[in-house]
Design a protein around this ligand. Sequence first.
Ligand code: NAP
Ligand code: MG
Length: 485
Amino acid sequence: MFDQRTGKTWPLLIGGEARPALSGRVFQTLNPATGAHLADVAEAGIADVDLAVASARQAFEEIWGPMRAADRGALLLRFAEVIRQHSEELTQLESLDSGKPVSAIRRQDLPAVIDTLIYYAGWADKITGTVTPARPDALTYTVREPLGVVGAIIPWNFPLMIGMWKIAPALACGCTVVLKPAEITPLTAIRLGELALEAGLPPGVLNVVPGFGKVAGQAIVDHPDIDKVTFTGSPVVGRQILQGAAGNLKRVTLELGGKSANIIFPDADIDAAVRAAGSGIFFNTGQVCSAGSRILVHESIHDEVAGKLAARAKSMRLGNPQEAGTSMGPVVSEVQMNRILTYIEIGRAEGAQLITGGARHGDQGYFIEPTVFANVRHEMRISQEEIFGPVAAVVPFKDDDDALRLANGTVYSLAAGVWTADMTRAHRFTRRLKAGTVWVNTYGPTDIRLPWGGARDSGFGREHGEEAIDNFTEPKVVWINTGPA
Ligand code: NAP
Ligand code: MG
């Protein structure tokens, strides 16, 4: 467990070996609930990324790529089993490093990690091609081949879960991976790499290079021997990744942010809608790409919904994330805390009506009170920009067309929700909302079997489901001359 490692530097994992950075450099990771130093971590530099890519390349060419697909699948199932055996350890570690409540990790993150791995383990030997009778004088068919070496760059909001969303399909397809966790939450990624080895994944199949985005992340993006980068994070870095990837024309999948609308009509079950709107914005302290951060409410029920949402906000239990009764932890870092507090000031200055929260909670760790702004106008920055914290913007609308105009009126296009008893309206909204996922009379569930992703500043490409298999493989055409028919 964690205590036994206190005082030890957490390593890079390259070619199956735990090693220090070639530079000898380390960085610190903190516990955001206290601000206390949690661990020192080896800081990957460009030369370390080079080594990791070389080992991933070798493992891809010599072991993992050529392996019988069913054997790859069986190893991934073993990996899932080893993770299950270490669930509680991973839960504690994720909570300490990110501030996420253990209750939420047990309920959501860990089950999703295991489900993802089992789901893609099942895919490993079911990736097939097609026979297309293109000509009478040839046998023409396709096979799907793995892309090769994948660079996975992940954020800090769901380190284990988003990490696995990338690792599992890549490995199932026969690709090998160089994983760079966010610098503020590196620990569970390193532990995942260790557990993969324990489960029998060959050395070099999953390499982990904790470090800074501008160095280790950029080295992945620029690397000429990486075939694909799969990224989750901010639009700013997403754009940098596209530029870097131009060098060797890497494939890129980008899952960026959102400013998702959760639309509530008067004919909906209002209490259910408010409950879901509350978790839609306060779950994971609002640090969710698909957070329902704009709650669009018909003007006739605006005050009722805003009031009930504020009551839910007040009922949240902020505190030690390692305690089972805590429903909201801190945000992940001092930088994020200050960024969110700045947005709260912006909301006030713009004239939005602050009805609950609005301040830091306590003076230890990076806690922010769950905050609700009512009577927010669509043009306000707090209604347009991703805050990535526990800050709800309740925006009144007049009618269906107004709701659609507001919902679609940001640079993002990731997710949306609509609450109504009128199924004609619900279907109309599912058609007209610009989003990768539209929820009706619910908000927020995802499933690894269903494609996930967005458009515009929310990025492009899809993770999850069969789409992820397509994104880590490429068809090859085989054309066999069979002579005249
Ligand atoms: P970020 O900078 O985009 O970080 C995401 C990942 O990219 C991290 O591993 C980061 O490493 C890495 N990175 C940074 N610069 C890079 C570069 N030049 N090349 C390659 N990789 C690079 O996000 P953030 O600063 O942590 O958060 C800022 C905002 O991003 C948030 O407030 C939120 O709006 C958004 N965000 C969205 C999601 C999502 O789920 N879509 C998740 C997290 C954040 P370092 O950690 O070392 O910088
Ligand atoms: Mg940390």
